[in-house]
Design a protein. Sequence first.
Length: 91
Amino acid sequence: MAITNVTMRMDEELKAQLQELVSNLGMDMTTFFTLSAKQAVREQRIPFDITMRIPNAETLEAIAEVKAMKNDETLGKKYTDVDEMMREILK
């Protein structure tokens, strides 16, 4: 099997972080990219999830509500006992 070179551009800091990670795992960058390419070809898919997990409007509203409650203790009640909280919820 003939070997070929692949040239790519990557953020310098990301490259350093990846080099450290793969080194800690006992491999070099070439081994990492070859391993990733072989798995992608074998599985016929990108071997990890690529998603856009952007919160929807309802989730963003809930996040804002929690932040407001954290900043203003009069907007909610804090519990240190789950059983007490469940009793109040089920009333």
